[in-house]
Design a protein around this ligand. Structure first.
Ligand code: R5P
Length: 307
């Protein structure tokens, strides 16, 4: 049997341990530290196998975590690893996948090139903000989804849920979860006015509800949240502005409770406080990023993608 070595960078060590556990593979010890002047140091302490899986999210501090990931990949190559699969549960810089304004750097492409050029043979990420980021890689890539662990989490909390996408971009994600739960879903529409400020409206779904052949047949009007446990689901919560607006609309429309789930809990600028202050019953994210609300494990879906 080929032993696969699992290595967790400092952003994802617990998750790496859980993935190793799921797979029954060896978790390789790694030493990571910062010198007093801020420079990074890494040392891989185990014996290098031919096949290695590196798990490292590149969320805050993005540049440090990314550089550490590049150090790990390059180091593994020079120590003799043949095949390096790189799991990046949260792919930092993934939201700048194109030039929105003239002269901007396409950061997601630059990051993808760096990871590939360092020696990655395959990249696996979870719910990339834009799936098109995978096109920047010339190596095989997978973008797996956390819909199943999120649906399982919701099913343990409510037997009367309704799933809400807080903007149209999250609609497909919300529908996948509602299918898994066999419950209704709906969505809101959002315009971002600034990094901190968004405007949210009720979507007009009058032409979308009664088509029996549509894959969207569980989509219902906003009034259907009345008396139900509403679960807002999104890929990312950053400032919390998107969620705060959605909570207000769901409460106005008589939801019995409003809970919030996301894949990547970035949570900046007191987002948790703002969301609870807006009336959320609970906030949950996956452990793609470490946070106070990272209670949904993605270890199993990562392990499944590596089997
Ligand atoms: C954007 O389209 C994403 O799916 C999230 O809705 C967004 O990143 C959330 O940002 P914030 O929490 O700052 O409103």
């Amino acid at each position: 049997m080929v032993i696969i070595l699992i290595i967790g960078g400092s952003a994802s060590q617990k998750l790496a341990a859980e993935v190793a556990n799921e797979l029954g593979e060896y978790l390789c010890p790694i030493e990571t530290k910062k010198f007093p002047d801020g420079e990074r140091y890494i040392r891989i302490k185990g014996t290098i196998e031919e096949k290695v899986v590196v798990i490292q999210s590149t969320g805050y501090p993005q540049d440090e975590n990314l550089l550490e990931l590049l150090f790990i990949i390059k180091n593994l190559k020079s120590l003799g690893a043949d095949e390096i699969k790189v799991v990046i549960p949260y792919f930092g810089y993934g939201r700048q996948e194109k030039r929105f304004k003239e002269g901007e750097a396409i950061s997601a492409e630059i990051v993808a090139n760096l990871i590939q050029d360092a020696g990655a043979n395959e990249v696996i990420s979870i719910d990339l903000h834009e799936d098109s980021v995978r096109n920047f890689f010339k190596i095989p890539s997978q973008n797996i989804t956390a819909t199943t662990p999120i649906a399982n989490y919701i099913s343990n909390l409510s037997n009367n849920p309704i799933i809400i996408a807080p903007d149209k971009g999250a609609l497909g994600f919300a529908e996948e979860i509602s299918k898994l739960l066999d419950c209704d879903s709906t969505y809101l529409t959002k315009v971002r006015l600034s990094p901190e400020k968004v405007e949210t409206q009720i979507a007009d779904i009058s032409n979308e509800t009664n088509n029996e052949n549509s894959s969207n047949k569980s989509k219902v009007a906003i009034n259907s949240v009345k008396g139900k446990d509403a679960f807002i689901v999104d890929d990312i919560i950053a400032t919390g502005g998107t969620i705060v607006n959605a909570i207000a609309i769901l409460k106005e429309h008589g939801a019995k409770s409003v809970s919030v789930c996301c894949v990547h809990p970035i949570l900046v600028n007191d987002a948790i406080l703002k969301i609870y202050a807006a009336g959320a019953k609970s906030i949950a994210g996956t452990d793609s990023l470490k946070s106070e609300v990272s209670v949904i494990s993605v270890a199993k879906i990562i392990a499944d993608s590596l089997r």
